[in-house]
Design a protein. Sequence first.
Length: 301
Amino acid sequence: MAGRTKQLFDCVSNPESLKEGSAVDAFMKPERVIVGATDPKVQEIMRHLYAPFMRRANRMIFMDPASDELAKYAANCMLATRISFMNELSALCEKVGADIELVRAGIGSDARIGNAFLFAGVGFGGSCFPKDVRALIHTGDSHGCPMEIVKAAKQANQRQQERFARRVIDYYQPRSGQTTLAVWGPAFKARTDDIRESPAVFCVERFIEAGIAVKAHDPGATHTAKAHFGDRIAFCNDYYDTLSGADGLVVLTDWQQFRNPDFERIACSLNRPVLFDGRNLYEPSYVKDRGLEYHCLGRPY
């Protein structure tokens, strides 16, 4: 049974705005701190708690708890929507012969839009975006106010993962049962060991279902990926070690180590010099000039 107290207390909503891979920096130098508290005395306590982090500028915003919690969900859903929009545009670019990187540069230069979260890729994942997208959809449905745009972003994200995985699988059919792929990066993004709802994990699962053998490496998420996959895939200590005996390379996470690899070494190490880039990390003409068949998203190749 819950206890009772005669002490006065208040409830404060103070959602975190940390980023996986840079959480310490985000905590020490927050872009903003949103606090859901309407009592001036409580607001003053929160100001005192955050004072060491506000010396250069006051970045605290106070509002009612309901608005505070909704602002947290809305921020992540807005970013997820931007990602899904760019991913849908990448599919259209492939149909009409446009280049998603040039489209990104064009719209990102508009001050009303900005250039953050406009990179096309295999999709978003992790512990925040998918959860908050589902939460906002559920809240809207529960109150008879469907969040149709957020629902569409969620569906677009799923389609993008399916589309990329299917592109790889279709390339190797009907010999998928005799195919081995090198995979760089089960983590959902760089600088984290988090594989929760990772698009990379989704794609690898599809490869396995298609009978494709996988050799994987991740600079930070090998232990969590091993716990998930067990012995269904092979893990290598170095990302170049995945190439030996593989019929192609699939890059699924944007680790810094993967952004400027030795393409000549990749081409020579693979049984078949094919590279599928799920993060659009490389310049198509540069990669092809170094002997690799290159497949990416929304770019002529």
